[in-house]
Design a protein around this ligand. Sequence first.
Ligand code: NAD
Ligand code: UDP
Ligand code: UDP
Length: 327
Amino acid sequence: MRKYSIRKRVLVTGGAGFIGSHLCEKLLAAGNDVLCVDNFFTGTRDNIAHLLGEPHFELARHDVTFPLYVEVDEIYNLACPAAPVHYQYDPVQTTKTSVHGAINMLGLAKRVKAKILQASTSEVYGDPQVHPQREDYWGHVNPIGLRACYDEGKRCAETLFFDYHRQHRLRIKVARIFNTYGPRMHPNDGRVVSNFIVQALAGEPLTLYGKGAQTRSFCYVDDLVDALIRLMATPDGFTGPVNLGNPAEFTISDLAQLVIAATGSKSKVVFRPLPPDDPLQRKPDISLAEQHLSWRPRIPLDEGLRRTVAYFRGAEAAALPRVAAYA
Ligand code: NAD
Ligand code: UDP
Ligand code: UDP
């Protein structure tokens, strides 16, 4: 294909979402032409409103389960609802988004010979029996449970990426992203960091599911986006899958206390039933990322929470509706 500009043309699917909007911002700042494609299922125009006036930024409303014909050099495939409340709202559409979306974006990458990165997830490990999780662990996933539409959809997308790589010589990168948080998480998305911050700021009790003894490892969004961009720039021989996340592990009870401290709230905690198939523990082994991306997260949880709380206190987040999304 003929190229008339020295700028790279980069497609970000799911670009109006939480992580996608930060990624679009960084890619633009680095001098790329950015095409953000989103169907606004969980993302919003507000997340990228500040980019709309930029001459090298373009927004297209499009659902990746339908074919997309554009000319680009690199594709970041992030389109997919990520919070359990959202991905379980229309589970069939969730699987379609991961699977048909991957096929369409891989078909596009094949036609225009673009390099393509998949936003996969630590959920491919399911409720892990190996701790911490390394990339060579195959996982422990319930294929018929409530989380399966997301977990198995993402696993199938990984399969498609590796088959397009082997069969069609596509240049692929697969990132297994662990729990990421930060500004522009939607206050209604039901994820633990946003839930706790919204509850603490409203002076309501923080809802601990189960005993709050389950663990997660939380990565601040700036660290994660930095890793995604580094991964895309690795030599073609490096495909991943590679874990991206912050290995500092916290129980959900610890997190509640940190959020209470970061907000200065007087909220207490209340216990609620543990959702089915909720993984007991999760922590990435990031040696592969350290080796190939020369990367490790820099922002500790207390600092990341401070920045996220500042966002949720601000007018932007306060303007968003606080009714339970699909209650
Ligand atoms: P998000 O819900 O904020 O963003 C997803 C974006 O994809 C939204 O803008 C949504 O409107 C869009 N989208 C959904 N279905 C689509 C479709 N069919 N066509 C076009 N756009 C569609 O979630 P996020 O946290 O920013 O996650 C981004 C990606 O990273 C997802 O693929 C997610 O699975 C992955 N990921 C996120 C985390 C995390 O902790 N945030 C962890 C692991 C993996
Ligand atoms: N596709 C797309 N954009 C393109 C090229 C292909 O959306 O620029 C879609 C197309 O709809 C197809 C899918 O990607 O269904 C897979 O393409 P591929 O070439 O691998 O398979 P085929 O077209 O043979 O089904
Ligand atoms: N969680 C919780 N209270 C909430 C929301 C979530 O205790 O208000 C728990 C949830 O059960 C899980 C952990 O926090 O064990 C992380 O949940 P989240 O939905 O953020 O992400 P995921 O389960 O996909 O890692």
